[in-house]
Design a protein. Sequence first.
Length: 177
Amino acid sequence: MTNRLDLPVESNPLRALEKARADLARGSHSDAGQTAEDHPADAETRPVFVTEMQEQALSEALAARLDLLRARLTAAREDPVSALLFCGDAEQDCRALAEICHQAGWKMTGTGVALLSDCLRRVVPAEEHHLELVGLLIDALYALRRTETRADMTQAGEELLRGLQLAVGRELGRMDA
């Protein structure tokens, strides 16, 4: 898949999520003495100093959550009750994804997560095209994360976000309407 992060594929998403959590916990304890003031260049772009190892762990945690969301969405498309449960459970995943984005300083990906969260509150789980929109947003989060890895892709990320916002507005209507 072209929109996925360049990470090794873990055969068990739950194991990958647990591994990512353990890596995050281990990374936060080992670098507890370092702050954003120690690295002024990072202070402007990230709320907290994030080492490469921590960023890798955050990327893996993000990918694991997105993989779980995608797998549960596949099951939700098969059964209306599963679809209803998916929308509620996915809200918890969105909160966890938003926390990951905040920790890493990924603004565009965080905006995409907020858009997904808003969409989940407004979709009709029995409508297949609404679930397709949720799937599109989940896949777009991979692409948004990728745009934040390279400075020359910022404009592409912003354009992707605008397109996603238009798609959600067209499909579900404006939030302020």
